[in-house]
Write a protein that binds this ligand. Structure first.
Ligand code: TXA
Ligand code: MG
Length: 356
């Protein structure tokens, strides 16, 4: 066990003295959790193999799943990548800093462990003053996966980070809750047309406007387990975002059908004596009978839904709920990212409400 230092920092005007404490830890090979606009990241010096290994260990992350390298200056991309195609430049221009990660051919500068032995590298520039200041002061690109134990929901507050990693990392910069709440979109630019490997904070609709042609990798939109022979994004193989409770996702075109199905299932689980939770939306939450009912927000405001998703999943754990019945949301805008996380969290236990 280490002592994990927690320092508060303003997300709008971060004090340089606080940032410097964190930067010194990074430069010495230590582990610092910090806020980004999406979720908290667990940062280490991307060019220090020992530090990267320590990060994998602290998170209990499988060593075949590489982190994203965070930069504060576009020039660093030309150092970390062997070539930077036109599409990448367009995307960086349009969306950086912001919740978009690009996959490019890696350069020799990047240590093997940082990319888990792949020939490609994942890079993004976060839109958060604390993250950007930390990268600049550390004077090195920062490798940072989400700052949760592997498999758990990503952390959107410093409290979530501490719940998973207190005593396992050197420091947390507490910059308050994150704004977006789901992780960045990961887009592979080493293939043609570019392919979205993980839907996230930058929507498909926005990407199409800039790139004309973009594909969604089958795994990114799968509603059942896709057999993966060779995963380009290693993360897709592992169970993810999972609360301790069993999560069942109920999908359907018609809201009324979804509500009916969830209530039927909730009644069944409660009869069996299981503590049952419903993950609902503002439009439906009032109508359920269950042990715990939580609303993600209005179905018409997917931003709020995305922002509250991981928080709600973690709260069900705090309430010791054993089964969570979750409503599906529309597959557009941020809804695509939300559904991708819910489907994975369910381990693809999905009930289609329209089909009976
Ligand atoms: O918003 C985010 O992206 C957050 C914040 C902290 O920036 N980070 C994050 O990192 O979600 P992580 O490690 O939890 O997810 C990174 C994803 C994984 O699915 C991983 O497999 C994929 O990016 N990835 C990393 N390097 C890759 C590569 N070379 N090729 C394909 N996928 C890669
Ligand atoms: Mg993660």
């Amino acid at each position: 066990m280490k002592k994990t230092l927690v320092l508060k920092v303003s997300p709008v005007r971060p004090k340089i003295e606080v940032i410097r404490v964190a930067a010194r830890i990074i430069q010495n090979g230590g582990l610092v959790a910090f806020p980004t606009e999406t979720v908290y990241g667990l940062g280490v010096d991307a060019l220090n193999p020992k530090a990267v290994k320590a990060m994998f260990k602290a998170k209990k992350r499988p060593p075949d799943n590489p982190p994203i390298i965070h930069v504060a200056d576009k020039n660093d991309v030309y150092m970390l990548a062997k070539k930077v195609p036109k599409e990448a430049e367009k995307l960086m221009e349009a969306f950086w800093p912001g919740p978009l990660t690009v996959i490019l051919e890696r350069s020799k500068l990047v240590p093997d462990v940082t990319v888990a032995g792949l020939s490609t590298v994942a890079i993004r520039m976060p839109r958060h003053k604390v993250a950007l200041a930390l990268i600049r002061e550390s004077k090195t690109p920062i490798a940072a996966p989400s700052a949760n134990l592997a498999g758990r929901p990503s952390p959107t507050t410093a409290e979530h980070v501490l719940k998973d990693l207190n005593g396992r990392i050197d420091m947390v910069l507490d910059g308050g809750p994150t704004r977006i709440g789901v992780e960045s979109t990961v887009i592979d630019l080493t293939v043609k047309p570019p392919q979205i490997l993980r839907p996230g904070g930058t929507t498909y609709e926005k990407l199409v406007k800039v790139l004309k042609k973009v594909e969604l990798h089958p795994v990114a939109v799968a509603d059942k387990k896709v057999k993966i022979l060779w995963a380009r994004s290693p993360g897709v193989k592992h169970r993810h975002y999972a609360p301790r409770a069993k999560l069942i996702l109920v999908e359907g075109q018609r809201k009324e059908k979804v509500v009916e199905k969830i209530q039927e299932l909730a009644d069944k689980f409660m009869r069996e004596g299981k503590k049952t939770g419903v993950l609902a939306t503002d439009e439906t939450a009032g109508g359920y009978r269950a042990d715990v009912v939580k609303s993600l927000g209005s179905r018409r405001n997917l931003r709020t839904v995305a922002k509250r998703l991981f928080l709600c999943l973690r709260e069900f754990d705090e309430d010791k709920v054993e089964v969570i019945l979750a409503e599906g949301v529309p597959l557009k805008g941020l809804g695509l990212a939300v559904m991708n996380r819910l489907r994975k969290a369910s381990g693809y236990t999905i009930v289609k409400a329209d089909e009976d």
